[in-house]
Design a protein around this ligand. Structure first.
Ligand SMILES: C[S@@+](CC[C@H](N)C(=O)[O-])C[C@H]1O[C@@H](n2cnc3c(N)ncnc32)[C@H](O)[C@@H]1O
Length: 383
C-alpha cells in the first residue's frame, strides 16, 4: 500500500505561478481587477505633464480629478490642450507576475474580440528639472519588459492564427506598479472631431504615440534645448521637411529651431532682433531679418512652413495663426502660445475654436507638448 508521502512524491505538481506561463483559465483566476471589487474608475483617463494636472482638471470641468502625476480622470470625452493621450474606458488590472499580467491582457483582447494593431505599455511621465533631460521613471524597466513580453505574445498568437489580422485597435496599459495598471482598448480611427485615417497623430484621439510621447529624449548638439519642442511638434504634424521648403522662423534667436530646419535641408528666414548663434548667422541656408515678427509678410517671403516661438502675449500668436490660414504658400505651422499664471483661458478658447473651425483642407490641434513649460503649441497642417 502506497504511503501518503510516496503518493505526494509521485504526483507531478505544477511549478508556482510566478515561474511559468499561466493558462487563460488560470489567468482569469488571478487577483480580480479593482473595478470588479466595485471601486469606481473614471470613464476617461487623460495623460499630460506632471505638475500641470490642475490646469488639465480646470480644462475638463467639474467631473475631472487628478489621479496621479500628469494623470486626470473625467466623465467627459474632450480634447484638452493639457492632455497628450486619452484612455477611454480604463479598467484596473493586476497580476502576481509580469508573465501573468501579459496573459491576463491577452485574455482581455480575446474577450473584446479584437486584434490590436499596436500595444503601448507606459509609465506616468517624470517632471523635468530645469532644461536637463528627464530622468527615467522607476517603473520604466518594467514597462519596457512588459511591452516586449506582450508584443511577443500578440505576434506569436497572430502567427499561429489564434489572433486574426490586425484590427484598428490600440491596447494601452498605464503601468502604476510592476505588475498593475490601468488598461484601455480602443478604436484608433476615433478623432476628436470624427473618424480619421489610422496613424495620423494630428487628427487622432487617442494618438498613436505611447503615452502621448511623440519623441524620445535626445541630446542634439544645438544652440538651445528649444529644439525638443520642435522635434515633438513636427512628429505630431507628421510633416517631412525638404530642401524645397522655405521656413519662416519668427522669434528665432538663438537658433534652436532654425538649426533643426536648416539641418533638414530647408532654407530658413530667421526673424529676431536678437543675435543668432554665430555658425547659423554665417550659414548660406539662413537669412537673418532683424524685424518685428508681426511686420513680416508671409506670402512675400514665400513661406511654406511658419514657426513662431516669440515671447509675447498669446493673442499675438493667434494673429500669426490667422495669417497662416490666409497664406496659400504655407503648408504647416508650429506656433507657441506663451502663458502666464493665472492662465488667460479666453485666448486659449479662441485658439481651440480656431482649430475646431478650420477651413476644410486644414487640420489643427492645440497641445501642451512634453517639452513645453507654461505654454501650449498650436499645430496646423494643410493637406
Ligand atoms: C524663446 S526665444 C526663441 C527660441 C528659439 N525658438 C530657439 O529655438 O532658439 C523667443 C525669442 O523671441 C524674440 N522676440 C520677442 N519679441 C519679438 C518680436 N516682436 N519679433 C521678433 N522676435 C521677438 C526674442 O528676442 C527671443 O529671441
Amino acid at each position: 500500500m502506497a504511503t501518503r508521502s510516496s503518493s505526494t512524491k509521485k504526483k507531478k505538481r505544477p511549478p508556482p505561478p510566478s515561474l511559468r506561463t499561466l493558462s487563460k483559465a488560470e489567468a482569469r483566476k488571478q487577483p480580480k481587477p479593482v473595478a470588479e471589487k466595485k471601486v469606481r474608475t473614471p470613464a476617461f483617463l487623460y495623460v499630460g505633464s506632471p505638475e500641470q494636472e490642475a490646469l488639465l482638471v480646470e480644462e475638463l470641468g467639474p467631473s475631472a480629478r487628478a489621479v496621479g502625476a500628469g494623470i486626470v480622470g473625467a466623465e467627459v470625452r474632450r480634447d484638452p490642450a493639457f492632455a497628450r493621450q486619452l484612455l477611454p474606458a480604463p479598467r484596473p488590472i493586476s497580476a502576481l507576475t509580469r508573465e501573468a499580467l501579459a496573459t491576463a491582457l491577452i485574455a482581455l483582447i480575446d474577450d473584446a474580440g479584437v486584434s490590436p494593431r499596436a500595444v503601448h505599455v507606459f509609465t506616468p511621465e517624470m517632471a523635468r528639472q530645469g532644461s536637463a533631460r528627464k530622468s527615467a521613471h522607476p517603473l520604466a524597466h518594467d514597462a519596457t519588459a512588459l511591452q516586449e513580453v506582450l508584443q511577443l505574445k500578440v505576434d506569436g498568437r497572430r502567427e499561429k492564427g489564434k489572433l486574426g489580422p490586425a484590427t484598428p485597435h490600440l491596447l494601452q496599459l498605464l503601468l502604476l506598479g510592476p505588475t498593475e495598471g490601468l488598461v484601455s482598448i480602443t478604436d484608433v480611427t476615433d478623432g476628436p472631431f470624427g473618424k480619421v485615417t489610422v496613424g495620423d497623430a494630428l487628427a487622432s484621439w487617442p494618438v498613436p504615440f505611447s503615452g502621448g510621447r511623440a519623441v524620445k529624449e535626445t541630446s542634439r548638439d544645438a544652440p538651445s534645448s528649444a529644439h525638443r519642442k520642435l522635434d515633438e511638434a513636427m512628429a505630431w504634424l507628421g510633416t517631412k521637411v525638404t530642401k524645397h521648403d522655405v521656413v519662416l522662423d519668427l522669434g528665432a534667436a538663438p537658433g534652436g529651431w532654425t538649426r533643426v530646419m536648416r539641418d533638414a535641408g530647408a532654407r530658413v528666414i530667421a526673424v529676431d532682433r536678437a543675435a543668432l548663434d554665430s555658425a547659423l548667422a554665417k550659414d548660406p541656408l539662413v537669412t537673418h531679418l532683424k524685424n518685428d515678427a508681426l511686420s513680416i509678410d508671409m506670402a512675400a517671403q514665400g513661406a511654406s512652413i511658419v514657426l513662431c516661438d516669440v515671447i509675447w502675449t498669446p493673442d499675438n500668436a493667434v494673429v500669426v495663426a490667422e495669417r497662416v490660414l490666409k497664406t496659400t504658400s504655407v503648408r504647416a505651422a508650429v506656433i507657441t502660445l506663451k502663458l502666464k499664471d493665472p492662465i488667460d483661458w479666453g485666448t486659449l478658447q479662441k485658439a481651440q475654436h480656431l482649430v475646431r473651425d478650420l477651413p476644410g483642407n486644414w487640420t489643427g490641434r492645440l497641445k501642451h507638448l512634453m517639452a513645453n513649460k507654461l505654454e501650449v503649441t498650436l499645430l496646423l497642417r494643410r493637406s
